[in-house]
Design a protein around this ligand. Structure first.
Ligand SMILES: [Zn+2]
Length: 54
């Protein structure tokens, strides 16, 4: 488990996620997740996890 296709929650101030170990990302209910970046900035937690190869 690691990097996954980008997903986001469509509301102001959000970031997009692409790592299934991300805490904030995993808190988004499945039915609220939308595919892609949504034009949001990358989540810093996902960025760190991806960089560490997790
Ligand atoms: Zn994230």
């Amino acid at each position: 488990m690691a990097k996954v296709p980008a997903f986001h929650r469509d509301r102001p101030g959000e970031k997009y996620h692409d790592n299934d170990r991300c805490g904030p990302g995993s808190e988004i209910p499945l039915d609220k997740r939308k595919p892609g970046t949504g034009g949001y900035p990358h989540c810093s937690e996902c960025e760190r996890l991806n960089r560490e190869g997790k």
